[in-house]
Design a binder for this molecule. Sequence first.
Ligand code: PLP
Length: 462
Amino acid sequence: MSNTIVPQKDWWKENAAGTPKMITEAPGPKSRVMHASTTRYMKGLSGQVKLFPVCFEEGFGITLTDVDGNKYLDFSSGIYVTSLGHCHPKISEAISFWAKKLMNAHDFTTPVKEKLMEKMAGILPEKLNAIQLYSDGTAAVEAAIRAARAITNKHEFISAYRDFHGKTMGAVSCAQMYRGETHSYGPTRAAGFYMVPRPDPYRPLWTKTDGTIDTDAYIRFYETFLLEGTVGNVAAFVLEPAQGWAGSIFPPDDFFPKLRNLCDKHKILLYDDEVLAGMGRTGEWLTLNHWGVIPDIVTFGKSFGNGFPVTAMVVSEENGNALEKISASSSYGGNPMACAAALASLEVIEEEDILQNVRTVGDFFMKRMLKMKESHPIVGDVKGKGFLLGIELVKDKKTKEPFDEAGKLVYQKAFRKGLAWIPAGHILRMSPPLIMDEKYAKMGMDMIEDAITEVEKEFGYR
Ligand SMILES: Cc1ncc(COP(=O)(O)O)c(C=O)c1O
């Protein structure tokens, strides 16, 4: 029906040969002109685009080509989105099949939706099988918040410092945006939404006597906070399994199992927002699988349709009737093209053994980053699992003072060498396409390490 193409596992390799190929200074002359004319009208661009105003024209597999003909190695998958490679033949074919046959049928059942539901039920933990589909991550998060209220008849939510969940009112109330900045348009968090610290092993608030992070202290604090800081009406903890935007920050292994116990004890839902970290990016379908924890609510997005806007909100079967209470459907959610993109993406993850590739090449990434930590004076910490990675730059390894200026320079220098990526301030975030092999993983890391060395020289560290 949707899957007429069965591509070779190495479908992207011929295109990748000879990458990076920089034929002009980057951003090149055409990029600069197009960016300038676009931004006469288009406002509100991200910091990364402002720092490197390149104009892309084409993407295939693990490469991106700009309008000047420069070809870059992709180390960000768009923005954690095109995780199975740009324009994957099977996925593009599946979308175009339905683009020519049936583009929208409200939330009526379609053959491709039926197949997607079966596929998802087979992949998700058994108890998570009440599903609704949306067209961006934020809409799925908003629906999850409403579902949590409908399930529990409670209205408060607890999220964590530096979590990110989207930019509409409910989602932004669970997110830490505008860190340390003052904005004149008022508070961004709705009533009943709270933030607590979550454990960051490199920057712990509470440590044990041996100096390692004390997860129990965080859990004890949450228990106190429930009593003292809320009105006893907490519907859910809303957390990313690993903090993507904040810089690929993973909690200690005992955090989510202990939080699950706390939630069970207080009859609070655990809502796991896997929009960024789910669907294979860390080597498991759900990042929470690493710790054997099953959430009550989960959201997927980004990689789910490999570039086609399709997202999902899933609750456990026993809570499925809550979705009847919140008028859960939307105009575009679950349209046939979206279902086809998601179904084909899930099939590709299985057919191309993507989870195994992420684990194997992910080990290579981690070993390489650990070596960089030893040999570079400004690399304070390295972190990640699978293909969700971060290198934290500091001015001094003892004080751990963030080195934002270095982060910006490393970003621009590596981009000029031919690496398309999206670091975050002093943390160099990396999220390469999950199809990438060790050869290109090494190539990207070489470009980053060369850029770090150059920046260290400029700042007098070498
Ligand atoms: C964890 C998480 N949740 C939700 C969102 C919002 O998704 P979208 O940008 O598709 O609305 C994001 C986006 O980065 C995210 O990282």
